[in-house]
Every structure is written in structure tokens, then in C-alpha cells.
Design a protein around this ligand. Structure first.
Ligand code: ACM
Length: 546
């Protein structure tokens, strides 16, 4: 049946069922809508006595379904709306690849192999992280990503909405965020350790609150939950360009030279002050974002790569730390994120953080940790009782190239292959059962320093994303993954995804000698990983007890 991700069980029965264009779908309206959305190319109609019937089945879990294709028609039993949607997605994969086109060819008729698929996800968090801060992705790219995710049963879209290089949402309460923070005059084109060169091309963009509402609704209809990230207190150049009064250096009435929206990559020293007015400011902005998105069960608050020097240098911040009875600025970092997480909890959202926030201790117990610096810190977070979403640089940072080769377009480093992703085990056997139970799932990261647009995103996301989808849905890359992937790429062709072919880039995807030139071997992912793992050990040994 060549399904991807591999379902829990499938039994082909031999023979085919013809499905007419405009086939009727019957059942409760909410489930019918989900099936129709997944199979839009068939233009299915709601009605009585349909060729396709869908019904709820309380014995099935969340996102689960049973799909029966017999001579008499298609019967779907679904644990919930998402289960009905995924049954529709599986049915679409059972059709020829043309079912992944936007419209059917005139006179198209469809046939589905007879059989039964019984399916449930191994992990509840099957995520894609998209950095729309370094390079803004217009909302059409977000919708497209949601569509491609839905075809892979991926269900969390983590939008990295702010970084030093840009702020990407409208704020009515603090309009300078989008007026000043959402654009930069130019972007660096040189690589690490090269003489800096710039493109001198303005870059920017932001989502209006109405756009966010549209994105939230579009995603929800396709069983995708948007996880907005406001990365604080570091990575703050764009926020501080807009509102310099929240600069840690501006405490005590000082007026330092304000930061500007950054035009280059790397870790910047720009950091927000942790004082109560900053917490109020951020809580207000996050309220605007979640208010627009609609139901937002998770909000990511960052916490990564903070340079705390400006906190240590501010008498007001040090006095505030002492007032709170905290022993160090890293304790204050933890306190600050906890204050934000408490404010989110009051509004019904769980906080998500990068692993630095765990290492500095004192998180709310219900805070979800994204360990990007390796399995050591991932396991410690799970052992400490935090739910964990696996996001390790290796093999889930897809801004690394697939190969260490001159042929690749420029990447942050290399190399992470489809096989590396397919071999990833989110909940390793070597962990205790208790630790494994805290693994919610896994997510691939598309940091966009070297991903200027949707075409570049397509190339880096797929087919490695297909492997992650299988790992997260099925628990591991299952039987015949490579052969199924070959068939599946025909679906992506029909969908118009400009993925990286398994044999390497197409002629027009080569790096070339211009601004897209790759520097193979300049940054090696295994060396990066080793360095990051060492950092988490050092931090851990000096960590205050929780
Ligand atoms: C990260 O890569 N700074 C989470």
C-alpha cells in the first residue's frame, strides 16, 4: 500500500473500489468536513447514504481511525475529528499520486485498493519548526507548510516569531514592534570567519493579527496546532530596536545606544531586562497573539542562548535578584521564564522552552522542554519530570545540508541525511519507562538564516521531513521505508513540493558560485553536537539544586 507514515496495521484484501468524482460522504457534520477537507481533490459532497461513511468510535484514541475499503464502499471509524482527517489522508495516499494535485484532470476516475487500515500515532507531538524571524515567510508559505504537514500527519507548527533579525507580528498595544522591529536594511551574505559582506537589500514582513487568526483557523481545520514562539529574554535586538526602555542596559535611567534590528547571524548580547515591567509588556503582547490565534494550548517562550552580562552589570537588576533571594543571574533567568510560564498558565497555555531554561532549574513542572543540545539534557529533563519534545541539532536541524558537497546550496553546516533522520529514536530503549513516558514526540527545525524563501524551505524540509513524520507517527522508520519513500516522492511531485531528490540536487538546485555557494566541511554537525553536549554538562555541574 506504500503508506507513509506507516500505519499501525494494514491488511490488503485484493481488488479495487471505484470512487466517483463528487462521491457522497455521510456522517456527523464535523467528521464529514474533516474527510472532505483531506480529499478535496475528489470534490466530495456531504449527503445521506454515501459511498464514504464516517462515524465516531469512542473505543479509538485521539487522532486514531479504522479505514475499511470494501466492494460496498469506504467506512471510516474515527476516535475524533483529527482521526477522521487522517483517515481521509490515508485514503488519499491509497489513490494514485494525482490525488495530490490541486484539482483532478477532467474526467478523472479514482480507484482504491480494498483492505483495512487500523492506525494510531505513537507520539502526540509531531512537529515542524519554522523560523519566520531570520527570513520572513509570507502567510501563503505557512498555509502551504500546513498542507504538506497534513499530508504527513504532522500536527504541531512551531512558529519562531521573533529573533534578533526581526519581529513578525502586528501589535496594537505596542505598534513599534511591527513598525520598527519587522524589517532590516540589509542581510549578511558572508560565512563564518569570512570578511563580512552584505546584500544591501531590505528585508522584512509581519503577520497582522487577522493573518494570525486565519493561520490558526486554517491549521486547526487540518489538525495542526500552531505553537507561537516569543523567544526571550535573549535574541532581543528587534524588540529593543522598537522599545529600548526594556533593554537591560537601560535600567536605572541609563540611555545606552539602542540596538538595531540585526543584519547578521550569531548570538547577540541584546537582552531584555527581567524587571516586572518587562514581564507585563511581554504578557500583554503574548495575550494579543494568543487572542488572535484562537485556542493556543502551547506558547514557546525561548530561553536559549542568553548572554547575561548586562544583567550582572546592572545594579538595579542585581538588587532585584537579591530582593527575590536568588543567588545568581542564571537563577534570575529561570525565575523570569517561570514568571512568564505562570502568567501563561493563568490564561490556559502551557509554556515550552529550549533546554537552557531547564538547565538553569526552577521551571514550572508542567513546562515542556525542547532539548536541542542532545540526548543527555533530554534525558535529564525527562527524569526531572518534564514532558520533552525531541529537537536535537543532530539529526533534526534541517538547516544543515544533506551532504558535505560543493553541489549543495549554502547551509549552516553539514551533514544530516534522510537515513540519519529515519534512524532517530525519540524515546530510546536505554531510558527508564518513566523517562520514556515523558517524551511527547519529535520535531524538525527549519532555522532560516540560510533559507531565504519557500523554495529553499522545500529543499531542506523534504524528504527528511517524511522520515521524521514516520518516526513520530509510527515510533520508528518501519518496514520498507526506503521503497515507500520512493512512491511517496511522486505524491510530493504532484503536490508541487521542490524537495531534494534522493540522488542530490536538480541542476537548478545546485549551490553554484554566487550567493548560494556552500562551504562543505566548514561546520561539521558532529563537532557542533559534541560542543553543545559539553556545554550542557558544564552548566549541569554548576546548576543549583531544584
Ligand atoms: C537554538 O538552536 N538556539 C534553540
Amino acid at each position: 500500500m506504500d503508506l507513509l507514515p506507516l500505519p499501525s496495521a494494514s491488511t490488503p484484501a485484493g481488488g479495487f473500489l471505484g470512487l466517483p468524482h463528487g462521491a457522497v460522504v455521510s456522517g456527523p457534520a464535523e467528521l464529514v468536513d474533516a474527510v472532505r477537507l483531506a480529499l478535496a481533490v475528489l470534490d466530495p459532497r456531504p449527503g445521506e447514504g454515501g459511498t464514504i461513511t464516517v462515524e465516531p468510535d469512542a473505543s479509538l484514541g485521539a487522532e486514531s481511525y479504522v479505514l475499511d475499503v470494501t466492494d460496498g464502499g469506504v467506512r471510516i471509524a474515527a476516535g475524533d475529528r483529527a482521526g477522521a482527517f487522517y483517515a481521509g489522508q490515508t485514503l488519499r495516499q491509497l489513490l494514485p499520486a494525482a490525488a495530490f494535485r490541486a484539482v483532478a484532470a477532467t474526467g478523472a476516475s479514482w480507484s482504491v485498493p480494498l483492505g483495512r487500515v487500523r492506525d494510531a500515532p505513537r507520539f502526540s507531538w509531531r512537529g515542524v519548526h519554522l523560523d519566520v524571524a531570520r527570513h520572513f515567510m509570507p502567510k501563503r508559505e505557512v498555509f502551504r507548510m500546513v498542507d504538506i504537514m497534513a499530508a504527513h500527519k504532522l500536527n504541531r507548527l512551531h512558529l519562531h516569531l521573533v529573533d534578533d533579525q526581526g519581529w513578525r507580528v502586528e501589535s496594537l498595544r505596542h505598534p513599534r514592534l511591527h513598525e520598527v522591529g519587522a524589517h532590516r536594511p540589509r542581510t549578511i551574505t558572508s560565512y563564518y570567519r569570512e570578511e563580512p559582506t552584505f546584500d544591501e537589500v531590505p528585508h522584512g514582513g509581519y503577520y497582522t493579527l487577522e493573518d494570525l487568526a486565519e493561520i490558526g483557523a486554517y491549521a486547526r481545520a487540518r489538525a495542526v496546532t500552531v505553537v507561537p514562539e516569543i523567544d526571550v529574554p535573549g535574541h532581543a535586538s528587534a524588540i529593543l530596536a522598537a522599545y529600548p526602555e526594556f533593554d537591560a542596559r537601560a535600567t536605572g535611567g541609563r540611555r545606552p545606544e539602542p540596538f538595531t534590528v540585526l543584519d547578521r547571524w550569531g548570538i547577540s548580547p541584546a537582552i531584555l531586562s527581567p524587571l516586572p515591567e518587562t514581564v507585563d509588556f511581554l504578557t500583554g503582547v503574548i495575550e494579543e497573539i494568543t487572542g488572535a490565534l484562537g485556542e493556543t494550548p502551547y506558547v514557546h517562550i525561548g530561553g536559549d542562548e542568553c548572554v547575561l552580562d548586562d544583567w550582572a552589570a546592572s545594579p538595579e537588576i542585581v538588587a532585584f535578584q537579591a530582593e527575590l533571594g536568588l543567588g545568581s543571574v542564571s537563577d534570575l533567568h529561570a525565575w523570569f521564564l517561570r514568571r512568564l510560564a505562570d502568567a501563561l498558565a493563568e490564561r490556559g497555555s502551557r509554556a515550552v522552552v529550549w533546554d537552557e531554561a531547564f538547565v538553569s532549574g526552577r521551571l514550572r513542572p508542567d513546562t515542556i522542554v525542547m532539548p536541542w543540545r542532545g540526548q543527555g539534557v533530554a534525558r535529564r529533563a525527562a527524569a526531572a519530570g518534564h514532558d520533552v519534545v525531541q529537537t536535537p541539532v543532530f539529526p533534526l536541524y534541517f538547516d544543515y545540508a544533506e551532504a558535505s558537497s560543493e553541489e549543495e546550496p549554502v547551509a549552516i553546516g553539514d551533514a544530516i541525511t534522510v537515513s540519519d533522520v529515519a534512524a532517530f529514536v525519540p524515546a530510546p530503549e536505554s531510558w527508564t519507562d518513566g523517562e520514556r513516558e515523558h517524551v511527547l514526540g519529535a520535531q524538525f527545525q527549519l532555522w532560516s538564516e540560510r533559507l531565504p524563501d519557500g523554495r529553499a524551505v522545500d529543499y531542506r524540509a523534504w524528504p527528511r521531513g517524511c522520515a521524521l513524520a514516520e518516526v513520530a507517527w509510527s515510533g520508528s522508520a518501519g518496514n520498507g521505508f526506503d521503497a515507500r519513500l520512493e512512491t511517496h516522492l511522486g505524491r510530493l511531485d504532484a503536490l508541487g513540493v521542490e524537495y531534494r531528490p534522493l540522488t542530490g540536487p536538480r541542476p537548478w538546485q545546485l549551490g553554484g558560485a554566487g550567493h548560494r555557494r556552500h562551504r562543505p566541511g566548514a561546520v561539521k554537525v558532529d563537532e557542533v553536537m559534541k560542543h553543545l553536549e559539553e556545554m550542557t554538562h558544564e552548566a549541569d555541574s554548576t546548576r543549583p539544586s531544584m
